[in-house]
Design a protein around this ligand. Structure first.
Ligand SMILES: *Cc1c(COP(=O)(O)O)cnc(C)c1O
Length: 378
């Protein structure tokens, strides 16, 4: 395989982690034979418990997708007015704010890791701000300490600090090292495109037991006990079918992480010293995405040029996150949508390369050849 000949089949950025059918089949059969298909049955409880143990601290509630977890989380903090949010995220983050009738206010990101900048947040805080919502990007945690200080110091009212950790489960290290990393609440996504998945699924994590109770109630239409409807809620429950898949996929997680770590090491060794190319994927412990940033000052228009060249070789890379959320129709009229210089540049320069356990290392080498050629000749 040389980089002159295209691959025979397209290679995509990811493939869902697929457990062995002989493991999955009896689990699914058992679900249907049990007659309990949903409503927080035994598999829902088991998976929630296993994920809670993996997390090691705080309280985890299992949800049916990351977006509902976001809406559910935001709905349980008595928020009003403005929520400061990063534009460098998946649309669901900002949609969750707008869905609840709150006003998104964009702040810029930090150039080194593309997470929400506490400095920019502090500039956007007003007497109407009631929450900050940051996204952990490519395995880089937000500067949780700086954001917590910005929340405390910039106004008199209480400001919640919340996180979209949708793809943070791709770290080989524990998901959160310290309780403080959770902020007031953090969501996870277990969508099929994420490293760990339940086909569709998600979770809310919090360090506060009372807040956790509110999330549990909100997940089930606001119903508490048999007859009491304690508040407004939604249907955030995960089905037994999805939970069963999640239990089996969890068994395969360590193997997947190990294979991805090897591939990521190959990528890193080959791409690390290329001119005008920087690897953005966390500190080497993150294996959800292999993201590179192509410096537009070194390679003018470079990201899109490289993307097309890869595509011509049947390698399908992704511009993640592009467009910025501040550029999409629903939000670009907002005053805060302009002047996000760092985020704008990043959205023009980032490219996600294929990474998943079944990807042959020869294909990684093939992709690296193309990137290396590009870095040399432009
Ligand atoms: C995937 C993703 C979501 C949405 O999660 P779903 O489970 O697909 O609803 C939200 N935010 C970010 C940053 C994501 O990557």
């Amino acid at each position: 395989m040389t980089s002159d000949t295209p691959l025979p089949e397209p290679v995509y950025v990811t493939r869902p982690l697929t457990p062995r059918w002989d493991r999955l089949e009896p689990e699914l059969r058992a679900v249907f034979e049990s007659g309990t298909l949903t409503n927080m049955g035994p598999r829902h409880q088991q998976l929630e418990h296993q994920l809670q143990n993996r997390l090691g601290h705080g309280y985890l509630s299992l949800w049916n997708n990351g977006t509902n977890a976001l809406v559910g989380m935001l709905s349980q903090f008595d928020l009003s007015g403005e929520v400061i949010v990063t534009p460098f995220t998946f649309p669901a983050t900002v949609h969750a704010i707008a869905t609840l009738g709150l006003r998104p206010v964009f702040a810029d990101v930090k150039d080194d890791d593309l997470t929400l900048s506490a400095e920019s947040v502090a500039e956007r805080m007003t007497s109407r701000t009631t929450a900050i919502l940051g996204t952990h990007v490519y395995g880089n945690f937000c500067d949780t300490r700086a954001l917590a200080s910005a929340a405390r110091e910039s106004t008199d009212q209480r400001v919640c600090v919340l996180y979209d950790g949708a793809h943070i489960f791709g770290r080989s290290a524990p998901v959160f090292e310290e309780a403080t990393d959770i902020g007031d609440g953090t969501i996870l996504s277990f969508h099929a495109t994420k490293l760990y998945h339940t086909v569709e699924g998600g979770a809310i994590v919090t360090a506060d037991a009372r807040q956790h109770e509110r999330f549990l109630t909100a997940r089930n239409f606001g119903i508490r006990g048999e007859e009491q409807v304690a508040g407004i809620g939604l249907n955030g429950k995960m089905s037994e079918v999805h939970a069963a898949v999640g239990i089996v996929v969890l068994e395969a997680l360590e193997g997947e992480l190990a294979r991805r770590a090897e591939l990521a090491a190959t990528y890193t060794a080959r791409l690390r010293d290329l001119d005008g190319i920087r690897i953005l994927s966390g500190d080497g412990t993150f294996h959800q995405y292999m993201t590179i940033r192509i410096d537009g000052d070194v390679h003018s228009g470079g990201r899109d040029k490289l993307r097309h060249r890869l595509l011509a070789h049947n390698v399908v890379s992704r511009k993640y996150f592009f467009p910025l959320c501040s550029e999409i129709e629903a939000y670009r009229h907002l005053p805060s949508a302009s002047g996000l210089k760092v985020a704008h540049k990043a959205a023009e320069e980032c490219l996600v390369l294929p990474l998943y356990g079944d990807l042959p290392v020869s294909v990684v080498d093939y992709i690296c050849d193309i990137v290396a050629d590009f870095a040399m000749d432009g």
